[in-house]
Design a binder for this molecule. Structure first.
Ligand SMILES: Cc1cc2nc3c(=O)[nH]c(=O)nc-3n(C[C@H](O)[C@H](O)[C@H](O)COP(=O)(O)OP(=O)(O)OC[C@H]3O[C@@H](n4cnc5c(N)ncnc54)[C@H](O)[C@@H]3O)c2cc1C
Length: 370
């Protein structure tokens, strides 16, 4: 019998497992795949606590707190398992892609200025200057968000995985969970390779969480939004700042003259691989604003499925005694993961829901009767 089983080995599951490791001796993380296949490994790595928010909310508050946790986390992962998550002080420029979005950019700027003195409004000339001449924004306005830095999400996820191993947490991979059943004093977790037993169960199944918890969640509570990305190498481009467009396309400067161009968004699409149409949309948007990317070489491309809940409001709730669900962090799962790992560990250890998580319950009327 385990103390805690976590289903899902993405950033959410692994951050929670890491947080619990000092208090529980028997923890297992179960995943149906080998590590490296899903959203957490495929993300851009932007820590967009400014970029992603236009109004005050409980999620905004979590995002700003979590953003600050990355520097110490970089140091602790480096010390514990020797993995550098490549935290870069790149900051971010957000640009409107049409005149209607100019208004939205101005509203977002007004909101952000109430919280961050460092945020600046940019004219097209400012944008060009700040990006060493790389970005041509023409007639659209921009906002500079210096605190929206970034990490390498792939390395971060690998660092967490190594840390689990270092902390003697059981990692049970290539093991699909098919059913969950409440038993006396805990749960029976049925998998394709047999059953496991646990006192407490945490489900962090990303975009597939709804499928796993059909008896607890209304269908379509969590759905998948496929995103595609390209990695381009361009030694002649001198861009050190992330560019994010209001239509969802972005270019993130990475180490070794590499630029990550993301991301498309296809709702309810769980397919794998980069489509020709997605690739050409990403290229055309990026090149329109950064013409020097034209001579770059695409060295990698991939897709991932973001977990989405209605109104972009994730679920973090106890759906039955000692059964927790953590899902739907959509475009901000990397950003939010350190804080969620910490808050969920506090909750499970103390038995009390942290007040920062009150707003993320499934509304009772929406819950399926058992
Ligand atoms: C292209 C792209 C770019 C992104 N960019 C950013 C960004 O810049 N910044 C940011 O903060 N976020 C970004 N995100 C979002 C972020 O990646 C996600 O929010 C986050 O990774 C979700 O983590 P998770 O642990 O909930 O889910 P996942 O990483 O999807 O992990 C869920 C795991 O559950 C497992 N699982 C599911 N069902 C079962 C089952 N039945 N049995 C066993 N295991 C199961 C899956 O195999 C999977 O490994 C991006 C996402 C994509 C796709």
């Amino acid at each position: 019998m385990y103390d805690v089983i976590i289903i899902g080995s993405g950033v959410m599951g692994m951050s929670i497992a890491r947080g619990l490791s000092q208090s529980f001796a028997n923890i297992a993380v179960i995943d149906r795949d080998e590590a490296g296949k899903h959203a957490s490994y495929k993300a851009g790595g932007m820590l967009g606590a400014q970029n992603e928010f236009t109004k005050n909310s409980a999620l905004f508050s979590l995002a700003t707190t979590s953003q600050k946790m990355f520097k110490p986390l970089r140091d602790s992962l480096l010390e514990e398992v020797g993995v550098d998550i490549e935290y870069l002080n790149s900051g971010l420029i957000k640009l409107a892609t049409n005149h209607y979005d100019n208004k939205k950019i101005e509203q977002q700027y007004q909101f952000l200025r109430q919280h961050f003195a460092s945020v600046e409004r940019l004219s097209p000339t400012d944008v060009q200057h700040m990006s060493n001449g790389a970005i041509t924004s023409k007639h659209t306005n921009g906002i500079y968000m210096p605190e929206d830095n970034q990490i390498n999400a792939n390395r971060y996820t690998k660092g967490l995985l190594k840390s689990l191993s270092n902390r003697h947490i059981d990692r049970i991979y290539q093991t699909t969970v098919t059913h969950i059943e409440s038993i006396k004093d805990g749960y029976r977790v049925e998998t394709r390779n047999g059953a496991y037993y646990t006192e407490k169960l945490i489900v962090t199944g990303g975009a597939w969480t709804g499928k796993l918890l059909q008896q607890y969640l209304p269908c379509e509570t969590v759905i998948g939004v496929k995103g595609e990305a390209l990695l381009v190498e361009q030694p002649d481009l001198n861009l050190n700042i992330t560019m994010f467009l209001t239509n969802g396309c972005y270019v993130i400067p990475k180490l070794k003259n590499r630029y990550l161009i993301g991301a498309t968004s296809y709702f309810n699409d769980y397919s794998v691989g980069v489509s020709n149409s997605g690739k050409s949309w990403l290229k055309s948007q990026a090149l329109h604003y950064i013409p020097d990317l034209k001579n770059g070489k695409i060295i990698n491309q991939w897709s991932g499925i973001r977990p989405y809940c209605q109104n972009e409001q994730p679920i973090m709730d106890e759906v039955d005694k000692d059964l927790f669900v953590i899902a739907g962090h959509y475009r901000n799962g990397i950003l939010l993961s350190p804080l969620i790992g910490e808050l969920m560990s506090q909750w499970i250890i103390s038995g009390h829901r942290p007040k920062q998580l009150y707003d993320f319950q499934i509304r009772r009327g929406e819950r399926n009767e058992m």
